[in-house]
Design a protein around this ligand. Structure first.
Ligand code: CTP
Ligand code: CA
Length: 226
C-alpha cells in the first residue's frame, strides 16, 4: 500500500470525486437531505491527491475543509447541480469516483414561499425521480473509469453486485451503514467488487480505508486501460 503512494500510482491522471449528501429544496426554508457527512468522499479525494492525481472534488452541503492537495473544489446543493458539476469536470478526467449520497427524489415543485401549516390530515409531498449521475456517465461512448459506492443497511453483497452490473461500473465500494460504521461515523469497512473479483477492506478509519481503496482503483484502472 505504501508503495502505491511512493510510486505515485495516479500521477498524470485527472480524478473527479463526488462527496456528501444532496439537499432537495421543498420551499425557501425546508429541504430533503440525508445523513452523509462527506467524510468518506473527502478522504478518497485526499488519498487520490496523495497518489499523484489532479483531483476535482464536487461537494454537496458539508462542513469540511478542502483536503490538502485537492486541486479543484465545486460546492453544490441539489442532485441536478451535482450532475451538472460532475459532467463539466469529467470531460477531462480518466476516473470518476461517486462517493456522494445523491438524493433519489426531489419535490416535484419547489414552493416560492414558505409553506404554511394547515390543520387537517397531514401533508403529502409529490416527489420526482432525480437523474442517476453514474448511469448517465456509463451510457456515454467515451467514459471515465467508473467507481460507485453502495451504502446498504442489509444484503450488502447482493445489492452492491447488482449495482455494479446494472450501472455498468468498473468497481463498487460497498458498506454496511449503522452500528458505528458508515454515515455519521469515523470508521468504515468496505467490500470492493469489480467484474470478476472482490476484496474485503476491514474496519478502519476513513483515511486509511480511502488509501486502500485508491490503491485498488489504480490497480484495476491499469488492468482495464493498459
Ligand atoms: N448515484 C448517482 N446518482 C443518483 C443516485 C446514486 O450517481 N441519482 C450513485 C452514488 O453516488 C453511488 C451509487 O450511485 O456511487 C449507488 O448509490 P445508491 O444510492 O446506493 O444506489 P441507487 O441506485 O440509488 O439505489 P438505492 O438507493 O435504491 O439503494
Ligand atoms: Ca439512492
Amino acid at each position: 500500500l505504501l508503495a502505491s503512494f511512493a510510486r505515485q500510482v495516479l500521477r498524470g491522471l485527472k480524478v473527479v470525486v463526488s462527496a456528501g449528501p444532496t439537499y432537495e429544496d421543498i420551499d425557501p426554508v425546508r429541504f430533503i437531505g440525508n445523513r452523509s457527512s462527506g467524510r468518506m468522499g473527502f478522504a478518497v479525494a485526499e488519498a487520490a491527491a496523495q497518489a499523484g492525481a489532479e483531483v476535482s472534488l464536487i461537494a454537496g452541503p458539508v462542513s469540511l475543509p478542502t483536503p490538502a492537495g485537492v486541486a479543484h473544489r465545486v460546492d453544490v446543493r441539489s442532485a441536478a447541480q451535482m450532475q451538472a458539476a460532475v459532467l463539466e469536470a469529467v470531460g477531462q478526467a480518466q476516473i470518476y469516483i461517486g462517493a456522494a449520497a445523491v438524493g433519489d427524489y426531489r419535490p416535484a415543485s419547489v414552493a416560492e414561499q414558505k409553506l404554511k401549516k394547515q390543520d387537517g390530515d397531514g401533508l403529502t409531498l409529490k416527489l420526482t425521480q432525480n437523474p442517476d449521475i453514474l448511469v448517465d456517465l456509463s451510457a456515454q461512448t467515451v467514459r471515465p473509469f467508473l467507481v460507485g459506492f453502495a451504502a446498504e443497511t442489509h444484503d450488502v453483497a447482493a445489492y452492491a453486485q447488482d449495482k455494479l452490473q446494472r450501472k455498468g461500473l468498473d468497481m463498487i465500494a460497498a458498506n454496511l451503514v449503522g452500528g458505528g460504521l458508515g454515515f455519521e461515523a469515523a470508521d468504515n469497512a468496505l467490500s470492493l467488487y469489480w467484474p470478476g473479483g472482490s476484496i474485503e477492506l476491514p474496519r478502519a478509519g476513513k483515511s486509511e480505508l480511502a488509501r486502500q481503496l485508491i490503491a485498488h482503483v489504480a490497480e484495476r484502472y491499469r488492468a482495464a486501460r493498459p
